[in-house]
Design a protein around this ligand. Structure first.
Ligand SMILES: C[S@@+](CC[C@H](N)C(=O)[O-])C[C@H]1O[C@@H](n2cnc3c(N)ncnc32)[C@H](O)[C@@H]1O
Length: 310
């Protein structure tokens, strides 16, 4: 398996983990079932970790949507089989445009799975206009999937333009466990390109942190044994390295929280509910795991300039 194939396979794992958490009742998602075959029950710690990640990302997205109303766009980098577009549709949140980017081998599989599911297709085509699928890309009126390598900025720019992305309006980028698979030079060029190209932009990045300690090294060894290298691990050493990577390439500012902090900020009633879904053997294991993931937000331009707190 080549390095890139190993990275693409991480999407299957993420999808199975999300499906496990959804089946166990952590959050509601009617769509993830269309992207998995078979059910693999994950450990309570993994389910709870995915819950914290999904809700944590949603918390920042909600702040962005409250500020911008529907005159905004979301670009999900390395989106894999993520179902956020459909979940937003169900919650009747309107955004001008929602674009997903991944390797074409991943997006072509996603396009295939969408094509054979009426419920997925219906939400996309309920807008005026037909859904077009060309090769590994899909174009609907407010939803686009584009297959490209995030290290190929010329093609990325070209395909975003073809998808109707407006470089002037408030735009949120989302990357969940994606930049960590790119060498720091490549993710840095990508973040610099975004900061140069978009006038009013907000980034939500979820990925590993504290990877230099013992627990982090064990995580790295486990991934390596499964054929997956984290080429970008040097940016995942601390909250400082996570924030610096943005500010160094032209973003106005950045903040970073580990997932224990994020979890504690989720609504109490929601935490109370999920804590009763499954018993944890040891709370400490979950806390250690959450200590090794973080959400970093970064912004450039006016809209999100005062959203620097949880
Ligand atoms: C761990 S998965 C996460 C998928 C999704 N963001 C989620 O949270 O479920 C990482 C994804 O990033 C994509 N990815 C990594 N490096 C990429 C690159 N250079 N270009 C395009 N996609 C990339 C992979 O193909 C994979 O789908």
């Amino acid at each position: 398996m080549s390095f890139d194939e190993g990275v693409q396979a991480t999407n299957n794992d993420a999808t199975k983990c999300k499906y496990s958490a959804v089946k166990m009742g952590y959050w509601h998602d009617d769509y993830i079932q269309h992207f998995v075959t078979g059910f693999e029950r994950k450990t309570p710690e993994i389910n709870r970790g995915y819950y914290a990640r999904t809700k944590g990302v949603a918390m920042f997205m909600d702040k962005f949507l409250k500020k911008t109303g529907s005159n905004c766009q979301i670009i999900n980098l390395g989106a894999g089989f993520d179902t956020l577009y459909w979940r937003l549709k169900d919650s009747e949140v309107k955004v001008n445009n929602y674009v997903e980017v991944d390797f074409s081998s991943v997006t072509s599989k996603k396009c295939f799975l969408i094509k054979r599911s009426n419920s997925l297709l219906q939400s996309i085509s309920s807008q005026e206009g037909e859904v077009q699928m060309v090769g590994s890309d899909l174009h609907g009126s407010d939803y686009h999937i584009i297959g490209t390598d995030l290290r190929n900025l010329a093609e990325l720019e070209n395909k975003l333009s073809q998808s109707g992305i407006n470089f002037e309006i408030p735009t949120m980028f989302l990357a969940e466990c994606v930049l960590v698979y790119m060498r720091p030079e490549s993710s840095s060029l990508l973040l610099q390109w975004i900061a140069n190209k978009f006038n009013d932009v907000f980034f939500v990045n979820y990925e590993q942190m504290n990877m230099g300690d013992n627990f982090g090294r064990i995580m790295l060894d486990n991934l390596r044994n499964r054929g997956c290298e984290l080429a970008g691990v040097d940016t995942c050493l601390s909250s400082q390295t996570q924030m610096d990577r943005f500010v160094r390439v032209g973003w106005d500012s950045a903040r970073c929280w580990n997932m224990n902090n994020i979890y504690e900020h989720l609504p109490e009633a929601d935490r109370y509910r999920v804590e009763r879904l499954e018993m944890l053997d040891e709370l400490e294991i979950l806390q250690q795991l959450l200590q090794h993931y973080c959400i970093t937000i970064a912004w450039k331009g006016g809209t999100m300039a005062d959203v620097d707190h949880l």
